[in-house]
Design a protein around this ligand. Structure first.
Ligand code: 2IT
Length: 445
């Protein structure tokens, strides 16, 4: 595999798509040795086929705001790869959304979904619509307009969306409701649905819970326990909430959360009341964490700063891509961090990853750590297909098993001669090998 040549071609075809090119390059660097041991991959142009999405749908989303004015947004669905199952992946509503970001997310999703052991291909969608400050009725009208542009491309065996940044249970409900009207079928297409209409128990918690189960497996390889560890979390959305909930339940101390406005340092650690308050802050639609420091004594709000400057045992980026850079990584390493586990997709910049791995601190990539979210989506699809609903215990037990399995795949493919477990390499190779095997089996198409 000639990485420079492949990357040069991609850069020429897709100039300026920096997140997408970044995600592809990381995977190519990880898999090149294994790839080169399989001349049949090269003959079948597996990599060249895998780095391009199967299909991209773009559409105009027109809706009417509360003032009666007409608004236009861009809508997308990137159906990346369905070699191992129907397209599957979330929908993101955020002002920053563009094709590069959705292509990176769809590409990552393909490998992540392969790691879950469940039959799901990779996709991602979204819009540059910003939910910030929008009324509930505006959100509903936008979701319905978004579905008008996308529904024909969806279906339980074709493409099953879910939530991501800016899309939670409410938005999934509004989108699924309109989809159901348009196809005249209640076929379960969408995961993260409400419990009364086919949703799975534990799906809201699953990304954060799964991440903490993964962290437990990592610590076990070091003969350590999570109890008593200090944890820095970024973000204050659904993912950060689930991670804080499980970390606290397991006896760790979560000392930070963050928003676009800055971060909160809470030396006493989060508790049930504070974690509930995170949900309130989120539901307010203002996208700020500052009020937390007014409400709870002993906390400090650091405007415009990131939580990675605090001394902690474990760092869990839970906000968005490239939120932890080289300088942040150096600060964490200098302060003696033992594990940086991405819960956001591609939370670390390439420089940050290099700093962490070179210092032999453990780095675990989002596509392994946060796969519990989409895995539980896969379990929701299974329950819908069987027309039944499992208990929380059953779902949690399956999620546990899946996260342990993903961790083991990383160990199997990522253990280096000196015993260091390179989780990035392990996750990329394990995911790649599964997708490549399926593509080989399905022939050149
Ligand atoms: O990044 C992700 O894995 C998600 N946003 C969840 C995708 C899903 O289909 O549950």
């Amino acid at each position: 595999m000639d990485i420079n040549n492949i990357m040069a071609n991609l850069e020429a075809k897709h100039p300026g798509e920096k997140e997408y090119l970044q995600a592809v390059k990381e995977v190519l660097l990880s898999v090149q040795d294994v790839y080169n041991q399989h001349p049949e991959f090269e003959r079948n142009k597996i990599i060249e086929r895998m780095v391009e999405p199967d299909r991209i749908v773009t559409f105009r989303v027109t809706w009417i705001d509360d003032k009666g004015e007409v608004q236009n947004n861009l809508g997308y669905r990137v159906q990346f790869n369905n070699a191992i199952g129907p397209y599957k992946g979330g929908i993101r509503f955020h002002a920053s959304v563009n094709l590069s970001i959705l292509k990176f997310l769809g590409f990552e999703q393909t490998f992540k979904n392969a790691l879950t052991t469940l039959p799901m291909g990779g996709a991602k969608g979204g819009s540059d619509f910003s939910p910030r400050g929008k009324s509930d009725r505006e959100i509903m009208r936008f979701c319905q307009a978004f579905m008008l542009g996308l529904w024909k491309n969806l279906g339980p065996d074709r493409d099953v969306p879910a939530g991501d940044i800016g899309v939670g249970g409410r938005e999934v409900g509004y989108m699924y409701g309109m989809y159901k009207r348009l196809v005249n079928k209640h076929d379960g297409t969408f995961t993260g649905k409400g419990l009364s209409f086919g949703g799975s128990r534990i799906r809201p918690e699953a990304t954060g819970f799964g991440a903490l189960y993964f962290v437990q497996s990592v610590l076990a390889t070091k003969g350590q326990d999570i109890k008593g560890k200090t944890i820095a979390i970024s973000g204050f959305g659904n993912v950060a909430w689930g991670a804080a909930l499980k970390a606290t339940e397991l006896g760790a101390k979560v000392v930070t959360i963050s928003g676009p406005d800055g971060y909160i340092y809470d030396p006493a650690g989060l508790d049930a009341e504070k974690i509930d308050y995170m949900l309130e802050l989120r539901a307010s639609g203002n996208d700020v964490v500052a009020p937390y420091a007014d409400k709870f004594k002993g906390c400090t709000f650091y405007p415009g700063r990131k939580p990675w400057e605090q001394k902690v045992d474990i760092a869990l980026p839970c906000a968005t891509q490239n939120e932890l850079d080289g300088n942040d990584a150096r600060q964490l390493v200098d302060n003696g961090v033992m594990l940086v586990a991405e819960v956001s997709n591609m939370g670390c910049t390439p420089e940050a990853i290099d700093v962490i791995i070179e210092s032999r601190v453990t780095y675990a990539p989002g596509k392994a750590v946060n796969a519990g979210g989409v895995a539980t989506s896969g379990l929701e699809m299974s329950q819908n297909a069987m027309h039944l609903q499992w208990s929380a215990e059953e779902v949690d037990e399956k999620l546990h098993t899946i996260m342990r399995d993903i961790h083991q795949q990383c160990v199997d493919y990522g253990t280096e001669p000196d015993g260091y477990i390179n989780y990035m390499k392990g996750a990329n190779i394990a995911g790649f090998m599964k997708v490549a095997d399926a593509m080989m089996g399905e022939g050149v198409c």
